[in-house]
Design a protein around this ligand. Structure first.
Ligand code: FES
Length: 187
């Protein structure tokens, strides 16, 4: 009876301890979340620093991902505005002109036929992809020529001679459109 009473007492004490966060391991009593003000403050500070560290990591990786994305996936040229080039009647078939954008991008625009459609014009980068020299249109050869290492490209910018051909380096192409006999480029 006494034992029962003791057990009841122990059981009640144990429940009481559990309610207050105490636990007993191998006969040693530990108060894991001591209700003392210092312990509460320490727990609070530890939790706060963990949250701050986690937020810093998330922010850091997020910023890194954004910057890497900008470099890996540059902006689509379709977002760029169309820029006026010339009236197409002022652009003779077989003629080639160098167009420079406000940002300083040099483009060689060539007209091959006289059909008044944007498909008869080609706009290619004026910079050789080999080592960056300026390319020139040679109307009699119908090719773009780079004098630095005798590189050449056909009308569509495909490499046909020299180091660009060996490395299979083409001239980048830019979109063109004709609206009411006016030629526009996106660069
Ligand atoms: S820079 Fe054009 S062929 Fe070398």
């Amino acid at each position: 009876m006494v034992l029962q009473n003791d057990r009841k007492t122990l059981s009640f004490d144990h429940l009481s301890e559990l309610e207050h966060g105490a636990c007993r391991v191998s006969g040693t009593e530990h108060h894991s979340s001591d209700a003392s003000p210092q312990a509460s403050r320490r727990d609070f500070l530890e939790d706060g620093s963990k949250i701050t560290m986690l937020s810093g990591l998330v922010l850091g990786y997020g910023t890194f991902g954004y910057i890497a994305g900008r470099y890996l996936y540059p902006k689509d040229t379709s977002e760029k505005p169309w820029q006026y080039v010339a009236r197409i009647e002022d652009f003779s078939p077989g003629e080639s002109r160098t167009f420079e954008s406000p940002e300083g991008v040099k483009v060689v625009i060539t007209r091959r036929e006289n059909t008044h459609e944007s498909g008869e014009f080609f706009a290619l980068s004026g910079i050789c992809p080999h080592l960056g020299c300026q390319v020139h249109w040679q109307g009699n050869e119908k090719r773009f020529f780079c004098p630095c290492h005798n590189g050449a490209f056909d009308l569509e910018g495909n490499p046909t001679l020299g180091p660009p051909q060996k490395a299979n380096q083409s001239l980048p192409r830019y979109p063109l459109k004709v609206v009411r006999n006016l030629l526009f480029i996106q660069v």
